[in-house]
Structure formats: C-alpha cells, structure tokens
Design a protein around this ligand. Structure first.
Ligand code: UT7
Length: 328
C-alpha cells in the first residue's frame, strides 16, 4: 500500500509587499533584492490573520476538491514554525474550524523542510493501514517573526501555505521514497532566540529583538546548495533514476541562486524546475505545497510522471521525496 496525493490547494494572503515598498522601510533596492534572491513580491497576512486561518482555507479547498466531508478525515498534520500559539497545536485549531470531528493531528516543526517531514509522517501512518487519509499542510506566517528593520531577513520571507490530501492507494502511484536529515549543530545559524523555554518572553527579550528570525545568510546558503543537491542526487541514485526520468523538480524556494545552483549540481534542465519565488518569497513550510498546487493547476503533472521534492531549512533540517504522480 502507498499514500498518494488526491487533491492539492494553496492560500496566499491578500496584502502584497513589493521590493519598492521595502526600499522605503530598510536600506535596500529592488535591484539588489532581485539580483541576490530572485524575489519581486511577497504576500503578508492582514491584522488578526494567523496560520490556522490560512490552514483552514487550505483544508476547506481540499475538502471541496475531493468531495470528502470533514467527518471523513482521519489525520491533520501541519508543518509550521509559526503556530498560532505555543499551546495548542495549529492542527487542533484547523480540526475544529473545519469540523473534522473524527480526525486527530499535530504540528511538525522542521522549518523549511517541514512539509516533507509531514508528508513522510502522514504517509507512514497511512501505509500502516490504520488510517485511510490525511490532510497535510505546510503554512507559515513569517511576518509574525520577521524584524522589518533588518534588511538581512525582511526582504526574503513571505506568508502563505498549501496542502494536500493524502489517501491510501493500492496501485503504483504515490510516495515512492524519501530521505530525511537533521543536524542540530546548525541551529545557531538560523533561529528565533526567545519565546520558548530557553528564553521565555520578557521585557529584556523584547528590547533585544530576540523574538525575530536571526540568520547567518551566507552559511545557510552554502549548506542549502550542497545538502539539497546531495539529497536529491542520492534519492535518484538509490532508485536507479537520473534527472532525465524526472518530469518536475520542486525545490524549497529560499533564494533563486540556491535553486539554480542545486539544480545545476543535479544536472537538471531549467524547464524541469518549478520556480515561483519571484511572486511569493520564502514562505518556509509553505513553498513546496504552494508550488505543487500551481504545478497541478497549470497541467505540469500527469499520471505516471516522476516528481522530486527537496528542501533545506532551520535546524538544520533537509530532505528529498520522490513521488509517482497519480490518483488512488
Ligand atoms: O529557508 C532558509 C532561510 N534562509 C535562507 O535560505 C537564506 C540563505 N541566504 C541567502 O539567501 C543570502 O545569503 C542572502 C539573500 C540572505 C544575502 O545574500 P548574499 O549574497 O549572501 O549577501 P551577503 O550577506 O554576502 O551581503 C553582501 C552585501 C553586504 O554588504 P557589504 O558588507 O559587502 O558592504 C550586506 O550588508 O550586501 C549587503 N546586504 C544588503 N544590501 C542591500 C545584505 N542585505 C541587503 C539588502 N539590501 N537587503
């Protein structure tokens, strides 16, 4: 038995933040941002809109597209680094908002690799035979943890998310293989220092701007290119495939130059790589499911096509996933 994707969806909030808007906020230029990252615009939530609100839009679309009732859902997994609350999970809030009375679920914190971690977890639970389906969401409200006076980070990130309905399948379609890694020694290079149990919120942590994302961009850049390329090559090799066999490669959208360098190292032609970072920036756990939904909508995937996902993010976390596209 395999777990296969039977519906996809995405949600981007309405408010647009352009490079020209950022020029008025920090010492940067549209030219610098475009040439160093490939980003032109990103979307931000409105006042009061949180990750569970985006997740509810995503889950509702999945129910509509699949024709499933909320009561038929077994599991809800949400990959996010920006949950609504430290206690209770975003999955629980979405479960309540969509009325999925028979589902249980939880959040997965693996930063930009979160969606692949969540897909792996959900697919293994489905393959166990105990659960028939899962709503898997990757969504982040990065604007809630970004310092809009820090030009090193505020130009990169955006809000948004996407998701899939995973169902058990008896045919050959579905998730074929995955490789996942964690290396906690990288945590010092990308983190939000305060707000957790290490540094609970206090006046001091707020004054020191410790509730925002801090990153060493150059170090992350190098690790991201090497690890995303290595883990992509490794999963192709262990399945006796080459870049030629792939229909589409959907990498995490962190920086256009990271994507180009990783694709080049894997020997992948540009027309096989989905790139949408210019529109949305880096939505962390949201980038891959957003791109997947766009790929489906624009007809870039047909039954039997081979799809490769790969991501690298805070933790460090990284991984790849190979999917044979098709219905249950
Ligand atoms: O999903 C994981 C999350 N994070 C990432 O993926 C981040 C990965 N890293 C990156 O994308 C890139 O390292 C950045 C986009 C963050 C930075 O690009 P870079 O080419 O590595 O620039 P840099 O840090 O080497 O900085 C070059 C110069 C510096 O000035 P000096 O020291 O040469 O005078 C920076 O101060 O560019 C300056 N700079 C900026 N200039 C204009 C840094 N940010 C900006 C900016 N606008 N926004």
């Amino acid at each position: 038995m395999r777990a296969t994707i039977t519906a996809t969806s995405r949600y981007l909030p309405e408010r647009v933040l352009t490079n020209f808007d950022l020029e008025k906020m920090v010492d940067t230029t549209d030219e610098w941002i475009r040439s160093r990252t490939g980003i032109e615009t990103r979307y931000l939530v409105s006042e009061g809109e949180a990750t569970s609100d985006m997740g509810t839009h995503i889950a509702t679309q999945l129910l509509d597209k699949s024709g499933k009732s909320p009561e038929e859902i077994d599991l809800i997994l949400v990959a996010t680094s920006t949950p609504d609350y430290l206690v209770c999970s975003t999955a629980a809030l979405i479960q309540d908002k969509i009325g999925a009375k028979n589902a249980w679920g939880f959040d997965i914190a693996a930063a930009c690799t979160g969606f692949i971690y969540a897909m792996e977890t959900a697919s293994k639970l489905i393959e166990s035979g105990r659960y028939k389906n899962a709503i898997v969401i990757g969504a982040d409200t990065m604007s809630s943890i970004i310092d809009y006076t820090d030009r090193n980070t505020c130009i990169i990130f955006g809000d948004g998310g996407g998701g899939v309905l995973l169902e058990s399948s008896d045919n050959q379609a579905g998730i074929i293989d995955s490789i996942l890694h964690t290396d906690g020694s990288g945590s010092k290079h990308l983190n939000v220092p305060a707000g957790g149990s290490a540094h609970p919120a206090s006046k001091d942590t707020v004054d020191k701007r410790m509730h925002f994302v801090h990153q060493d961009g150059k170090t992350i850049f190098k690790f991201a290119v090497k690890n995303m390329a290595d883990v992509s090559k490794q999963i192709l090799d262990q399945n006796n495939l080459t870049g030629e066999d792939l229909k589409l490669f959907i990498p995490h959208q962190a920086n256009r130059r990271i994507i180009d360098a990783a694709a080049k190292r894997c020997g992948l032609a540009e027309n096989k790589v989905l790139i949408n970072i210019h529109k949305y920036g880096n939505t962390t756990a949201g980038t891959i499911p957003i791109a997947l939904d766009e790929a489906v909508e624009t007809g870039r995937l047909e039954n039997g096509d081979m799809l490769l996902l790969a991501a690298f993010g805070g933790g460090f976390t990284w991984g790849s996933m190979l999917i044979s596209w098709g219905d249950a």
